[in-house]
Design a protein around this ligand. Structure first.
Ligand code: ZN
Length: 234
């Protein structure tokens, strides 16, 4: 138990798993390290969680991370996948390699991805609820949510502009939260004329995210390939 650790501005939240409301037993990184390359960035966001949630996502996260890199490469052949972590996973796990290979289909030069949607959504819910907890001190265990997934390469300029535009709003994140710190830093930089939630870079080329000030929208980009928007009913 690490309930005295400063995960949040409000330490009372330390007692609960960020994903399911069970008592805290351990902690987890958001984003999970499988989405990042070594050397991992220092001071990765960490939040409290239960052992079940800590273990429950590993296989799905490996699948999603590998699938994204294979979609990017257009193949599940380990020799053609650029990213070392995924190459190793595919080589060490032939069943995973076979499974992903069967989900990338070439129709006359057009690639179709037959992704396992439930696994993507399970992992993306975890990422979104984890970012929301870490940034805004908000635990949204039972809140309904919806997930939109786009390939960055297929988004129009205006879709991209909308997606990457930082949020401006009148509501501020919780007092003492990381989200409020980020808003205040933007103010100090003198860039802004109103409350804004910036994009937070975790690792260049691998992962960045943004949480709206009132926490109802969490966006992230994985491998500069997949753009994900999670809308959460607060
Ligand atoms: Zn849990």
């Amino acid at each position: 138990m690490k309930q005295d650790k400063k995960y949040y501005g409000d330490t009372r939240l330390n007692h609960f798993c960020a994903f399911c409301s069970c008592p805290t037993e351990t902690e987890d990184h958001v984003p999970s390290k499988c989405f990042l390359d070594k050397p991992h960035p220092q001071d990765l966001p960490v939040i409290p969680c239960c052992c079940k949630c800590n273990n429950d996502f590993s296989l799905d996260e490996e699948y999603v991370s590998c699938m994204i890199d294979c979609m990017k490469a257009g193949t599940a052949s380990p020799t053609l996948v650029e990213r070392e972590k995924t190459r190793k996973s595919l080589l060490h796990n032939p069943k995973l390699q076979e499974r992903i290979s069967s989900q990338i289909r070439d129709f006359g030069g057009v690639l179709l991805y037959d992704i396992e949607k439930e696994r993507f959504e399970k992992v993306f819910r975890k990422l979104a609820f984890g970012h929301l907890a870490y940034e805004n001190d908000t635990l949204a265990w039972n809140s309904p949510y919806s997930i939109d997934i786009h390939l960055l390469s297929e988004m129009s300029d205006s879709q991209r502009n909308d997606f990457f535009r930082p949020y401006r709003g009148e509501l501020l994140p919780e007092v003492c939260s990381h989200g409020l710190e980020h808003v205040m830093l933007c103010w100090e930089d003198g860039h802004l004329d109103s409350c804004i939630s910036p994009w937070i870079p975790i690792q260049e080329g691998r992962y960045r995210y943004c949480v709206s000030p009132n926490g109802n929208i969490v966006k992230f980009v994985i491998a500069e390939f997949l753009a994900v928007e999670v809308n959460i009913e607060m």
